[in-house]
Design a protein around this ligand. Structure first.
Ligand code: UDP
Ligand code: MG
Length: 313
């Protein structure tokens, strides 16, 4: 049995060697399994690539792909799935926040017959605000989206070959892998673990990046926002109708009182102006997504690799 361990690295010069060492030590405990270590350098601007080359030279299980620039973690994972040669892939982070000791348990579950094994972390030690927004996101997302997401399930998971093929067959440009994994189905299970704090280096997620990620996720898996503006438009029409009727009745009751109305006029202009702009913005978001999809650009560009052409199946 051959298992691929896939790790995307972006500016992880402080962690990559340590990660590799901890990981290989863990893999020694499973001598009967053949491992392929597939490292993806996502356009790091520090020494990550140099260290990766070194590691690959000293350990021939290590295959690496290096992107021409930073394409994002989703692209890194997709490239890994494209090039992985194992019958199952375990994807993990390069900062040891996904403890390698779970690998054994994941493989055991896989052998029990699960196609996808998710690792679910607790939110211990996380910033309160991060947990709060994450929980809020899952609440809103599960209301709106076509797929169901589980809080705490990160990208740390084992994926069997049929599920990998399903994932790589989805070539959409806006990749929201939490959604994609839920969308493909398959028999899945969850194992739980305690949250680990990052030992060195910086998280690549700012609040703004997380917010954009959440919005992109919802927009990629839901047309509810379009429905909502339709509903909002309808509500405005109904309210406006009632208001006009009311003015008309007033006019017939006492025509002399019918001028003034400065406040209501300004209010209507400002309010409906806002509603229209927001609505156009929502439309724009979807058109923006279509714009990127129709270009059909590749998800990543590989500049350097130690995988020979034809090596991968
Ligand atoms: N990563 C990546 N490309 C990016 C950002 C992150 O390949 O553009 C990698 C990063 O090196 C790490 C993993 O994705 O291995 C998770 O990133 P990070 O630890 O910053 O995220 P967090 O754990 O804070 O969610
Ligand atoms: Mg991390």
């Amino acid at each position: 049995m051959k298992i691929t361990i896939l790790i995307p690295f972006y500016n992880e010069e402080e962690m990559i060697e340590k990660t590799h060492n901890v990981l290989t030590k863990e893999l020694e405990k499973m001598p009967d399994i053949l491992f392929e270590l597939l490292y993806v350098n996502d356009g790091s601007s520090d020494k990550t690539l140099d260290l990766m080359r070194q590691i690959a030279r000293s350990d021939d299980r290590v295959k690496y792909l290096s992107f021409s620039r930073n394409f994002g973690k989703e692209a890194g994972m997709l490239a890994g799935f494209d090039y992985a040669s194992g019958e199952a892939v375990i994807i993990m982070d390069g900062d040891l926040q996904n403890p390698p000791r779970l690998i054994k348990e994941m493989i055991a579950k896989y052998q029990e017959g699960y196609d996808v094994v998710n690792a679910k972390r607790s939110r211990d030690g996380e910033r309160k605000s991060t947990s709060f927004f994450a929980k809020l996101f899952y609440k809103i997302a599960n209301r709106l989206m076509d797929v169901k997401l589980t809080d705490g399930v990160s990208d740390f998971r084992l994926i069997g070959r049929p599920a990998i093929n399903a994932i790589t067959s989805l070539r959409e440009y806006n990749r929201f892998s939490k959604g994609l994994f839920s969308w493909i189905g398959f028999k899945e299970t969850v194992i739980e673990y305690e949250n680990e704090l990052r030992e060195a280096g910086q998280t690549k997620w700012s609040f703004k990046k997380s917010l954009n990620y959440a919005l992109d996720g919802i927009l990629s898996f839901s047309n509810q926002p379009l429905r909502m503006i339709f509903g909002l438009g309808m509500a405005c029409i109904v309210i406006a109708g009632i208001y006009i009727l009311w003015l008309l009745i007033n006019y017939f009751i006492d025509p002399s009182q019918s001028v003034s109305g400065y406040f209501t006029t300004i209010f209507a202009i400002v309010f409906f102006g806002g509603v229209q702009l927001v609505s156009i913005g929502v439309l724009g978001e979807y058109i923006g997504k279509i714009f990127y999809e129709v270009k059909g650009r590749p998800h990543y560009i590989i500049q350097e690799s130690n995988i020979e052409k034809g090596d991968q199946e």
